[in-house]
Write a protein that binds this ligand. Structure first.
Ligand code: PMP
Length: 318
């Protein structure tokens, strides 16, 4: 069930923004654990198992913004192995509850999750395996072999692909596979406002969209494959994510909204006309964010939506 996700042509949003090009959504939120990270978790854990490194006592330890943690906990549960997931405080309770339900021990921390993972490893080096998506070559490789390949297989010709960057595994793998087949294709990064991974002259500040952006480039991120980036703020991202649900029936998360909003900006900037094809990667689903941007009151509290005006029929202005 991991991978081979559908590419769905958008019907309404491109028209709403006056775009004539075709936009296709790569629906990674339809993976069984709910995100694109199911691909890399399975690939990294299979590689560890095939290499003979997994025993009955193995504990998988992973620093993650959440989705890789769900993928690792999911596979560890099926393999009947222990998992410890270390994640930042920003990441949603929904992701943490899912990991716990799948049997993972979850550590939420203000400190560096990678540092804590190394400390746990040093305590029991024989049994602890850190898959480390930020450095593991299997991360970009599985996107090269599957995600990128699937896009080429489904569409043949593609003029632009747009995606967010967390570890950079998706960008590096998909970008290289697509460029190999279609050197003219534009690879565009969706950069959250506040991140300086690509927007190096921008201001580094916190933001609410989860799973993408940062200030230091991870080892698996090959920035050279990107042709450019578009900056998208939280409000644009969450409103677009909600629109993808409401208008297109694609129940995706905030970073998918960032990617879609970046695609609209880039398609306009590049004047992509009729017949041109854009692919947007929708990384995870709304169920990770039920108490966040999916909730009207949360949107109102963050001033991303106006509260509803309750008109009372019996009320007459004096
Ligand atoms: N969106 C979300 C919600 C994520 O969790 C991640 C992974 N951190 C990404 C996008 C980015 O994927 P990648 O790590 O392959 O750059």
């Amino acid at each position: 069930m991991v991978g081979n996700t559908p590419l769905v042509k958008l019907n309404k949003i491109p028209k709403e923004y006056g775009l004539e090009c075709d936009i296709y959504a790569k629906c990674e939120f339809l993976n069984p654990g709910g995100s694109i990270k199911d691909r890399i978790s399975l690939a990294m854990m299979k590689e560890a198992e095939d290499g003979g490194n997994v025993t009955k006592k193995t504990v998988f330890v992973e620093p993650t913004s959440g989705n890789t943690g769900i993928g690792v906990a999911f596979d560890a549960a099926l393999m009947e192995r222990k998992s410890i997931i270390i994640t930042g405080e920003k990441n949603s309770d929904e992701k943490i509850s899912t990991m716990r339900l799948l049997g993972a021990e979850v550590i939420q921390t203000k400190k560096s999750p990678i540092e804590i993972a190394h400390r746990i490893h040093d305590n029991d080096p024989e049994n602890v395996i850190i898959l480390n998506q930020f450095e593991n070559p299997m991360n970009p490789r599985i996107h090269y072999e599957t995600t990128g390949e699937e896009i080429i297989h489904a569409l043949g010709d593609v003029d632009m692909v747009v995606m967010g960057v967390g570890t950079g595994g998706t960008l590096s793998g998909v970008g290289h596979r697509i460029k190999e087949h279609l050197p003219q294709c534009h690879v565009i990064v969706a950069e959250p406002d506040g991140s300086t991974l690509f927007n190096v002259d921008g201001k580094n500040h916190s933001y609410l969209v989860e799973g993408i952006g940062g200030s230091t480039a991870p080892i698996v991120l090959d920035k050279s494959v990107a042709n450019g980036f578009e900056v998208v703020n939280d409000e644009e991202a969450f409103l677009m994510a909600r629109k993808l649900s409401e208008k297109e029936g694609l129940l995706c998360g905030g970073s998918s909204g960032t990617a879609m909003a970046a695609a609209v900006k880039a398609a306009k900037r590049m004047n992509l006309g009729a017949g041109k094809r854009v692919v947007v990667v929708l990384t995870d689903g709304i169920r990770n964010y039920m108490t966040k941007f999916v909730c009207d009151q949360w949107m109102e509290a963050h001033l991303f939506l106006d509260p509803p005006i309750h008109t009372m029929k019996w009320w007459k202005d004096p």
